[in-house]
Design a protein around this ligand. Sequence first.
Ligand code: PRP
Ligand code: ZN
Ligand code: MG
Length: 210
Amino acid sequence: MIRLAIQKSGRLSDDSLKLIRECGISFISTTSKLKTEATNFPLEILYLRDDDIPGYVADGVADIGIVGQNVLVEEGLQQLTVKALGFSKCRLSLAVSKGDAYEDVTTLQGKSIATSYPNLLREFLTSKGVEADIHTISGSVEIAPSIGLADAVCDIVSSGSTLISNGLREVETVFKSEAVLIANQNLNPEKSRLLQQLLFRMEAVQKAQK
Ligand code: PRP
Ligand code: ZN
Ligand code: MG
């Protein structure tokens, strides 16, 4: 039996479940149950918060997982990557209030920036020689400028509608992301064999879609 962790609810959830089903794996999925077993493959699916997935796979609580590169790289666990999956593409971007003047990234010198991705943001600002005050918050980041919590935000943008609804304007791309398959680095032979079978099926699905 191999244990797969996927996002419980969010941008990755539907496409992650769809990929597993396209691999010919059947399971009953209910929103209230956080664990399910496939009926025709030795696979157990865990529904977790995306932020928790890299750590659980690194520790072996889950054997494999599907997660965004944004979360994986922020947590410094990119070495777990097995394969890019081509869905849930998004970018981590800096945004300011739409009425605020913005020239280039040096405009942010000495300003405060709210984000859930302090490591990716710090690395980007350092590479540009900009020093800013980073406020780490775990959600609803886009509200920060309008309540006086920060001058700018750095958060995930997909369609861009969350930024627009909150009166923000995207000004810089910090990181580009998509969903990836990750795996624990010490899988036993039995689990490695199951992972290879899954990979083989995923590649067939991807080829059929081209
Ligand atoms: C991101 C981000 C916004 C939303 C942007 O959240 O924090 O809330 O997506 O998408 P849009 O540009 O299409 O409006 P994410 O799905 O990563 O969830 P999480 O922050 O709760 O993990
Ligand atoms: Zn998250
Ligand atoms: Mg969010």
